[in-house]
Structure formats: structure tokens, C-alpha cells
Design a protein around this ligand. Structure first.
Ligand SMILES: [Zn+2]
Length: 61
């Protein structure tokens, strides 16, 4: 089995993890309510897709 021969330093570990970061999903705006939404998905805010209502959305309040 593959086994590390030498231990990696703290610096080496930290340098590797500098590439480990959070990425925001690419968002587009809803043409109906102008809220941010994921592309090619129904808007969670107003329930519109392709210019028509496809989902009944309950009011947040
Ligand atoms: Zn919307």
C-alpha cells in the first residue's frame, strides 16, 4: 500500500490548502422579479420559468 515516506511540513500542507476555497454558484437574475436565481431553474422567489408561472410559491412572511 502507498505510504508516505516523509512527513510534509506545516508550510507545505498550508500551501496546498491555499487552493481550497469556497466558490459562489453562478447566478442569473429573474426577468420577472429581478431576484438572483440559478440559470435554467425555476425562480424560487416568484415561481416563473420561461415567462410563465409553473410553481405556486408561498409568501415568506
Ligand atoms: Zn422571479
Amino acid at each position: 500500500m502507498a505510504n508516505p515516506k516523509n512527513r510534509h511540513s506545516k508550510t507545505r500542507k498550508r500551501l496546498r490548502r491555499t487552493h481550497w476555497k469556497l466558490v459562489l454558484p453562478n447566478m442569473s437574475t429573474c426577468p420577472q422579479c429581478h431576484e438572483p436565481k440559478l440559470p435554467h431553474r425555476i425562480c424560487a422567489h416568484c415561481g416563473f420559468y420561461d415567462g410563465r408561472k409553473v410553481l405556486e410559491v408561498k409568501a415568506a412572511e
